[in-house]
Ligand binder design. Structure first.
Ligand code: MG
Length: 156
């Protein structure tokens, strides 16, 4: 078994749709980024690549490479899953926490994000956990400058 950690943060950009784990979340600011800004997809990608010691999302899909401009980050996650499979591993489970002060609220959309991630990770929904946390109004997350995602993945 192998364990991996992923982290990502993005600034809010109210001009973009808010995508988390491939799910478009209404009434929430979007996230700035060279890709679609999907910080959940990015953190999970880094967690599974990290568990396999296969580098990180920037190694495989460099920001600034026009091939990945406005990329669908769930597509990048799917490519990372293929790399992990090629290395002889399967995803055991993934757990993640989204840190954001007020918007988007995670609990109402957590089931949809779990289903979306499970589909791309090729696992069942009970192998994916999605949680939300405010930052008690402290720091940049508390000031609602953006959001952060911490993810952990087990491969077997
Ligand atoms: Mg990112």
């Amino acid at each position: 078994m192998r364990i991996g950690l992923g982290y990502d943060s993005h600034r809010f950009d109210p001009g973009r749709p808010c995508l988390l784990g491939g799910v478009e979340i209404p009434d929430a600011p979007g996230l700035k980024g060279f890709s679609d800004g999907d910080a959940v997809a990015h953190a999970v990608t880094d967690a599974i690549l990290g568990a396999a010691a296969l580098g990180d999302i920037g190694t495989h899909f460099p920001p600034g490479d026009e091939a990945w401009r406005d990329a669908d980050s769930m597509d990048l996650l799917g490519r990372a899953v293929a790399l992990v499979h090629d290395a002889g591993y399967r995803v055991g489970n993934v757990d993640l926490t989204v840190i954001c002060q007020s918007r988007p609220r995670i609990s109402p959309v957590a089931p949809a994000i779990r289903a979306s991630l499970a589909r791309v990770l090729q696992v069942s929904e009970d192998q994916v956990s999605v949680k939300g946390k405010t930052n008690e109004s402290m720091g940049w997350e508390g000031r609602e400058e953006g959001l952060a995602v911490h993810a952990i993945a087990l491969l077997r």
